[in-house]
Design a protein around this ligand. Structure first.
Ligand code: G4P
Length: 529
């Protein structure tokens, strides 16, 4: 395929993820964005999915019971001749590792804040992952129809807590019940809203500026006065959005709106298309970015999911295409196995529905049927393996031994352990010193254990019991340090041969470190060069 065609496709793609603290409105915003793209006909379809109305597995029913989103999926939709790939990320903090990895497949992050709550804990964590990977962030301040914090205080909070300059690209006319519209600061156009059922947006009209007298005829004096003063402050005190600073991660453009009422979403989407970088933001280890057009095909696995659909009962590996063109049946080199593989069963997913993908471009996400060939972090390419930065992996903070209650279920228990650990929802370890040979699971939160046990039962028919271990902290160690590790240390090894040391408390870890200075204690598994 000619580079011109690839370039054209690259230029019309935007791959992004939405990050938010639970309840800020991520699901609602996703749904509204999909409506603009015509990807869903029915308002409430995403929500219905979240609430389990279309759930096909019991494990999804668990999401429903808990009101949380555990799975993450990639949805593709078209809007104004652009192809948007939206990576859905679980909001629950126990699933943060999965979310962090998914963010590695995004070129832009949309950070949704609740106008009444501001920057919440989960937002801070997710924000940091984006910043460390250099993903530009666009802020959407949601729930403007409800009582909000002071808007300047909100901008200030973003700057202070997250350490990024917050620059409004629009400004609201009124807040809470008086939220009447948003003013586009660069295009000087005011978009007014109508409170019709379904939240239709009334066409905006052009103003000569905030001093347009037609405003006085239409709205309360107080609202208009405050609006003019605020715009004056923003224009003179903060300035306009600078695309370059945004792309460099130095500033975040800020939008205001109400997802549930569909206020400000269309304008936000249009501005997103204008600002968000294309799929040319995959960083390499040397600090450069991969050229998506002139490099051979390359892609990495950022997610593995077993039993997406009980009817299919297969495992899917999700790939983010970084460069070149994917054609079904392509022969690629698998970097970890160091052998060629043929990519024949490729799918795109929309919730439970899957369609065969014959052709895909940089920025796109495809699912491959995975008979155990692909693991998170694998790189597939037709040329030399590009030196992509490794996906983040964290040191678990909660540990337990897990055993199967019924010996007749042992085989499926083992299969389930391996397949689910492959998904990376938790770490599976073995140890010579701890647990008497029983598998050890490690996670960031207790909910991960519950989901793990539930899925072992639902999907593999294995009843399990777990026994929580006293360790509260772990660190990875390099293979070459193994001989230096004292025999009484709590050493464990994961599925991929990575070794970690477990400690009861941070004090114990520091004590160990003081007495064993030659052993490096790492936050992430050591890189294989
Ligand atoms: P999440 O995915 O980030 O967890 O949030 P989600 O979209 O599920 O929204 C959380 C709640 O906030 C929902 O209410 C949703 O309707 C509401 N919401 C979202 N956007 C807005 C907004 O702009 N204004 C107001 N006032 N509310 C908003 P819920 O009661 O949990 O669910 P539902 O019964 O309304 O569906």
């Amino acid at each position: 395929m000619s580079p011109e065609i690839i370039e054209k496709e690259v230029n019309r793609r935007k791959t992004f993820a939405i990050i938010a603290h639970p309840d800020a409105g991520k699901t609602t915003l996703t749904e509204k964005l999909l409506l603009y793209g015509g990807a869903i006909q029915l308002a409430g379809a995403v929500k219905a999915k979240k609430e389990g109305k279309s759930a096909t597995s019991d494990w999804m029913a668990m999401e429903k019971e808990r009101g949380i989103s555990i799975t993450s999926a990639a949805l593709q939709f078209e809007y104004k001749n652009h192809i948007l790939n939206l990576l859905d990320t679980p909001g629950h903090e126990d699933f943060s590792e999965d979310t962090y990895r998914t963010l590695m497949a995004a070129d832009t992050a949309v950070m949704v804040l609740d106008a009444g709550k501001g920057v919440e804990p989960q937002t801070i964590k997710l924000f940091r992952v984006c910043r460390d990977r250099g993903i530009p962030i666009i802020t959407f301040i949601n729930k403007m129809d409800r009582p909000t914090k002071d808007l300047y205080a909100l901008l200030d909070e973003i700057e202070k807590v997250l350490g990024i300059k917050a620059v409004p690209d629009v400004w609201p006319l009124g807040t809470g019940f008086d939220f009447k519209g948003v003013y586009d600061l660069r295009d000087q156009q005011l978009y007014l809203f109508d409170r019709t059922p379904g939240g239709k947006q009334k066409a905006g009209f052009r103003m000569a500026g905030p001093n347009d007298t037609s405003l006085d005829d239409q709205f309360d004096e107080e609202i208009v006065k405050a609006f003019r003063e605020q715009i004056d402050l923003v224009e003179n005190g903060i300035g306009q959005v600078d695309k370059n600073s945004f792309l460099l991660g130095k500033e975040t453009p800020v939008y205001f709106g109400s997802a549930v009422n569909n206020f400000g979403i269309e304008l936000f989407l249009n501005k997103f298309l204008e600002l968000a970088p294309g799929p040319d933001h995959i960083p390499l280890r040397d600090g450069n970015y991969l050229d998506p057009v002139n490099s051979p095909f390359s892609a990495f696995v950022f997610k593995v999911q077993a039993n997406m659909n009980k009817a299919h009962r297969d495992r899917i590996a999700f790939l983010r295409i970084c460069s070149g063109v994917f054609e079904r049946g392509l022969n690629v080199n698998h970097n970890r196995l160091d052998k060629p593989v043929k990519l024949s069963s490729s799918f795109a997913f929309f919730g439970q529905d899957r369609n065969t993908v014959d052709l895909a471009y940089p920025g796109d996400i495809i699912g491959l049927v995975n008979p155990g060939t692909y693991k998170i972090g694998d790189v597939l390419s037709t040329g030399n393996t590009p030196p992509l930065r490794p996906l983040p992996s964290f040191a678990p903070e909660l540990f337990a031994t897990i055993s199967c209650k019924d010996t007749l279920q042992l085989k499926s228990f083992k299969k389930g352990l391996d397949q689910l650990a492959e998904e990376g929802i938790l770490h599976l370890f073995t140890s010579r010193t701890i647990g008497g040979g029983v598998p050890i699971i490690g996670a960031m939160g207790k909910l991960q254990f519950e989901v793990f046990q539930r899925r072992l039962k639902d999907e593999y028919g294995a009843d399990t019991s777990i026994h929580i271990l006293p360790y509260g902290i772990s660190r990875w160690v390099k293979k070459e340090d193994r001989s230096k590790i004292p025999s009484n240390a709590n050493l464990v090894e994961d599925l991929f041969g990575n070794m970690a040391l477990l400690f009861d408390t941070e004090w114990d870890m520091n004590y160990f470190h003081k007495n064993n200075e030659g052993i490096e204690l790492l936050d992430n598994p050591p890189l294989e060069e």
